[in-house]
Design a protein around this ligand. Structure first.
Ligand code: NDP
Ligand code: BG6
Length: 441
């Protein structure tokens, strides 16, 4: 769909997301439009602002400022938009508390928004299977699935989009990307920050709902899905759903950082987990028998999201009779620095045949000069153009909740010291992702 002439309405425009992410991203998009189309942005909410007072809240260009307006509440919004021009579509961004997503969709429909509307919904999308299904029913009571764009901002990260390119544009890796050659896949998402000011949300959620159900299950899908027949959003979604259907979660261990219960807004005696480790398998022909491990947590010693594929060892012949050749690994660095690293066994120069692990690294910062766009720029631009590839379908969300349901809030929650990840739970050849922290930046 071409960019066209669009009205973008931010519901909850006085909030943190609008302030920190949405308006700055729209300001950048506006500056780079290059005659492709045009848009106005209308902030909305219960708070009263004049256009001028609303504009003053942001550090934006004078040109974009003239395209930014504010309207209090939803009644009268349709006429307000019509006064600003004639638009091909109206994109609503729900930067609202999740509990009002469903009722707000109802209010929009009640004031006459119909097929011209696109609804962008922020996470969290439900807090379990039942609530996600209820929200889907509420939304679909007023809008078609094709109008609903569920955000998972990890899908808009450049290094995440590159996963499918690595897998399906390189003949080198395609034949070995299965459980015959790969011994395990390990996904890590570590953060240094604690929960900060977010106890109101996080203490009800925990890291499994906050990170695993959405971001990390999406990474799992991309790293393991079959090739879609085309790059059409629905074809990609179909392959991701296939993976999710085949997922079997075997175990989920949970921890909480020491001092979490003293954080502002956390319930006394809270058993919400801030670190989780999951073991799962994907029971399809490509992956049967191979374990996948996911580890994610807050208040750790470093920030890093990585995916590692650990290859099987070669038979004990030639150089490795004493078992010293380390297995090959492919490491996808998603953030903070982006790149792909392949570990190789290499002869150490000199007499004899001693072998060392060396690596080949592709680093974004060395290969590409251009700046990597922030996720919300890409998401907003795609939603305006109607491209659903980077958004999550109802079925994906529900399937992910379905698989995690037995593990939500289940089992003992142990503690770990801030800055010190809990020891790996199972007997596994864990990838030490720390080894790669200085590669690519
Ligand atoms: P905030 O609480 O900062 O802002 C939400 C806004 O919604 C408020 O400014 C308020 O505006 C309006 N609002 C609050 N309560 C209600 C209500 N009962 N009915 C209608 N409107 C209400 O939240 P955030 O901006 O941080 O987050 C918005 C959404 O985005 C949430 O779902 C959050 O989970 C999600 N999100 C946020 C991220 C972030 O970085 N902030 C990251 C990822 C997701 P007013 O009082 O003017 O109506
Ligand atoms: C959000 C979670 O969805 O993702 C946060 O709610 C988490 O708890 C954040 O910190 C991580 O995103 P990123 O892009 O910083 O890895």
């Amino acid at each position: 769909m071409p960019f066209g002439n669009t009205a973008i309405v931010i519901l909850g425009a006085s909030g943190d997301l609008a302030q920190r992410k949405l308006i700055p991203a729209l300001n950048l998009i506006h500056g780079r439009l290059d005659g492709e189309g045009s848009f106005v942005v209308i902030g909305s909410g219960r708070t009263a602002f004049t256009d001028t007072a609303f504009r003053r809240r942001f550090d934006i260009s004078p040109e974009f400022s003239k395209r930014l307006f504010y309207h209090r509440g939803i009644p009268g919004l349709k006429d307000f938009i019509a006064e600003k021009g004639s638009f091909d579509r109206v994109v609503f961004f729900m930067a609202l508390p999740p509990k009002v997503y469903g009722s707000t969709a109802g209010e929009l429909a009640a004031v006459g928004f119909g097929s011209e509307a696109t609804l962008i919904i922020e996470k969290p999308f439900g807090s379990d299977l039942e609530s996600a299904m209820k929200l889907d029913r509420e939304l679909s009571g007023h809008f078609n699935e094709s109008q609903i764009f569920r955000i998972d901002h990890y899908l808009a990260k450049e290094a995440v989009q590159n996963i499918l390119v690595f897998r399906f544009a390189n003949a080198l890796f395609y034949p070995v990307w299965n459980s015959r050659y790969i011994e395990s896949i390990q996904i890590n998402a570590f953060e240094t920050e604690g929960i900060g000011e977010r106890a109101g949300y996080f203490d009800q959620a925990g890291i499994v709902r906050d990170m695993v159900q959405n971001h990390l299950m999406q990474l799992l899908c991309l790293i393991t899905m079959e090739a879609p027949v085309s790059l059409d959003a629905e074809e990609i979604r179909a392959q991701k759903i296939s993976v999710l259907k085949a997922v079997e979660i075997h175990d989920c261990a949970r921890w909480q950082y020491e001092g979490y219960r003293e954080e502002k807004g956390v319930a006394p005696g809270s058993t919400t987990e801030t670190y989780a480790m999951l073991k799962l398998s994907i029971n399809n022909f490509r992956w049967a028998g191979m374990p996948v491990y996911i580890r994610t947590g807050k208040a750790l010693d470093r920030r890093g999201t990585e995916i590692g594929a650990r290859f099987k060892r070669l038979p004990k012949l030639l150089f490795n009779r004493d078992g010293t050749i380390p297995p090959n690994r492919a490491i996808f660095k998603i953030q903070p620095a982006e790149g792909i690293i392949i570990d190789l066994a290499t002869k150490i120069p000199g007499a004899g045949i001693d072998i060392a692990t060396t690596n080949m690294a592709f680093c974004y910062r060395d290969s590409f000069a251009q700046e990597i766009p922030e996720a919300y720029q890409r998401l907003l631009l795609d939603a305006i153009k109607g491209d659903r590839t980077l958004f999550v379908s109802a079925e994906e969300t529900e399937m992910s909740w379905r698989k995690l349901e037995p593990f939500l809030d289940a089992g003992e929650v142990r503690t770990y010291r801030r800055g010190k990840p809990p020891a790996p739970e199972w007997e596994v050849d864990w990838i030490d992702f720390d080894m790669y922290k200085d590669i690519c930046g």
